[in-house]
Design a protein around this ligand. Structure first.
Ligand code: HEC
Length: 124
């Protein structure tokens, strides 16, 4: 019985993924980020992958106040930590335990979900 339930669940999940019934992992980011060149609540995502942190023109960043020296680059490792817990990541990346960011933690910590977001970012 348990096995059958599991199989039904697995099939339903596969179907959902195949038909796109599940929202893409990056859809929650859309509330604050534009995927084009326009800033919104958060900075625009155009060219985000490989971009230097806190450098998008016209956006008033908070976390850049805590950067001393060269900003980090938004590569896979940095993006994974950031989308899981931006509040914690900003302290690590700046080396400043008091560093803060305007972006609330998004709790996208599952590597598969992160892969989806990163793959999408590479297309922008
Ligand atoms: C509630 C609004 C909000 C949501 C939702 C949100 N962000 Fe942000 N994001 C921001 C803000 C605001 C900033 C600027 C932070 C600062 O200046 O401290 C930011 C900054 C960023 C940056 C840094 C960009 C740069 O130019 O350096 C990345 C990367 C990022 N967000 C990724 C994500 C991802 C991935 C998601 C979805 C999983 C997401 N954000 C969801 C508000 C949001």
């Amino acid at each position: 019985m348990k096995r059958i339930t599991m199989m039904v669940l697995a099939a339903a999940f596969a179907l959902g993924a195949a038909t796109g019934a599940q929202a893409a992992a990056y859809s929650k980011c859309k509330a604050c980020h534009n995927f084009n060149e326009k800033n919104k609540v958060g900075p625009a995502w155009k060219g985000i992958f490989g971009r230097k942190a806190g450098t998008y023109p016209g956006f008033n960043y908070k976390f850049t106040k805590y950067i001393t020296g060269e900003p980090w680059v938004w590569d896979e490792a940095h993006l994974r930590k950031w989308m899981c817990n931006s509040k914690k990541a900003v302290k690590e990346f700046t080396g400043n335990p008091k560093a803060k960011t305007k972006m609330p933690p998004q709790k996208v910590c599952d590597p598969k979900k992160q892969d989806e977001v990163i793959a999408f970012m590479k297309t922008l």
